[in-house]
Design a protein around this ligand. Structure first.
Ligand code: SF4
Length: 448
């Protein structure tokens, strides 16, 4: 490799926010003359954006360092992201790691790369105290060429007793509306059909990007402004805390041409006792009201739920409370997380530890419930003619896409449909759990 032709490879672990931020870091490097290559190719620099929520953050990090070293033993390995902020020293000891950058430093990667050399000894750490992370770096990523993750908010001021995110990402802060609109317009100009609004706690949008100063906007202002931007076909709200999802926002989505009828609302437990122990900011009554409000104005909306099983003190009785609460709610699917102890969290020292096999059993029960809910929802959608955004992937001759209300559909691969929105009639549920559609011609004939 000539010294003038430099290459960089990236690997992202974790959430949509990490994907958006890797894109920003990659853009900085490509603007500085690096060519982006795939992670298994020979590169001058390997950047691994880590996550602390993953079960085995440590193992995953090591695995990808090894991958990088295998692709090029001389390549520089840089670790950024939540895990890098939480455990910088530990990471610097991993064989092959050259540089560890914290939450603030990751966006200055170029200056740290300047004089960096492969040394073979332990990695260099540049990591600030998380309290210093009070600035906002806007970013977006182009995921699979049909959708973009647009970061509007970062950090969290809540103190849920199981969560390390505030330790890794700092206080809640947001981008300005002007900047979000600018990014959204840029994305639309690149023929991306769907934007996913991304953040740690996006309902908390409006906290100033400079220090902890509040600027005058709220989440409702943000979505009202975005709704007016021309050229964006679809906007999805990724996940929003129930206590921050106001009636006005739900009503706006129901009237909107671009916001799609899909909500993802963390519940975590259907037991009020546990919600209190988790220090969540709502009880089941409020959650129930939010779901019913959505159903009242958008009967066809998809509603996803995050839930944790095995939190300390989750007796069989409390677990069954969660089970029945979810079973009775008109929701669409669940994301089930098995609780695992995290250092420096209140929950790690709580009594009533649930044995691991029991946590697994509960996880399985809720996953079965999720499948049941999803199939019932899909069944209700059969026979409807809905817009489908097709993705680029070709899996055994099939292509997949999503309706606005998040039904996963499939048809025979047709390259001319990639990144296109087509109105199609949902036909039947296939063995893999996706829904097949009638051909556009058949759907057209049925319409006339
Ligand atoms: S709302 Fe709670 S769970 Fe979510 S990021 Fe903030 S502290 Fe963590």
């Amino acid at each position: 490799m000539s010294q003038y032709h430099r290459t960089a490879a990236f690997h992202t672990l974790g959430c949509k926010l990490n994907f958006a931020e890797t894109s920003t870091i990659a853009r900085q490097l490509t603007e500085a003359g690096y060519e982006k290559v795939s992670f298994d190719e020979k590169a001058n620099v390997y950047v691994i954006n880590t996550c602390s929520v993953t079960e085995n953050a440590d193992r995953e990090c090591k695995l990808h360092v090894k991958r990088a070293m295998k692709a090029n033993p001389e390549g520089l390995v840089v670790i950024v992201g939540c895990y890098a902020q939480l455990k910088p020293e530990e990471i610097s000891q991993i064989e092959g790691v050259d540089l560890v950058l914290g939450a603030k430093e990751k966006f200055n990667i170029l200056s740290y790369l300047d004089d960096l050399e492969k040394s073979g000894s332990e990695g260099i750490v540049h990591s600030c105290e998380i309290e210093e992370t009070d600035f906002f770096i806007g970013s977006y990523s182009i995921g699979d060429r049909t959708r973009a993750f647009l970061k509007v908010q970062d950090g969290c001021d809540y103190k849920c007793t199981y969560c390390t995110i505030p330790l890794a990402r700092g206080i809640s802060r947001s981008d300005t509306i002007q900047n979000v609109l600018k990014n959204a317009t840029e994305i639309a100009a690149r023929d991306i059909k769907e934007i996913v609004l991304t953040g740690v706690n996006i309902g908390d949008y409006g906290k100033g990007e400079f220090g902890n100063k509040r600027h005058e906007h709220t989440f409702l202002d943000l979505i009202s402004e975005l709704d007016r931007v021309e050229g964006i076909e679809r906007i999805r709200i990724s996940s929003i805390e129930p206590n921050l999802l106001k009636d006005e926002s739900i009503e706006l989505v129901s009237r909107s041409k671009s916001f799609v009828p899909h909500f993802h609302i963390p519940l975590q437990s259907g037991s009020d006792d546990l919600l209190k122990k988790m220090k969540r900011r709502y009880l089941t009554k409020l959650y129930d009201e939010r779901v019913h409000k959505i159903r009242e104005v958008m009967p066809h909306a998809a509603i996803g739920v995050d839930v944790i099983v095995g939190f300390p003190g989750e007796t069989e009785e409390r677990f069954m409370e969660t089970y029945h609460f979810l079973n009775d709610l008109p929701i669409t699917y669940l994301h089930v997380f098995t609780y695992s102890e995290r250092e420096n969290t209140e929950a790690a020292d709580m009594e009533g530890v649930v044995p691991i096999p029991e946590r697994k059993r509960r996880n399985k029960m809720l996953r079965i419930l999720s499948e049941k809910k999803k199939m019932a929802f899909y069944q209700e959608q059969l026979g409807k003619t809905l817009p489908v955004l097709w993705e680029h992937e070709n899996k055994n001759g099939k292509m997949f896409g999503f309706t606005e209300n998040y039904v996963r559909v499939q048809k025979d691969f047709d390259p001319s449909s990639v990144n296109k929105i087509e109105w199609l009639k949902l036909d039947k549920i296939e063995a893999d759990g996706s829904v097949s559609v009638m051909s556009s011609f058949k759907s057209f004939l049925e319409k006339i």
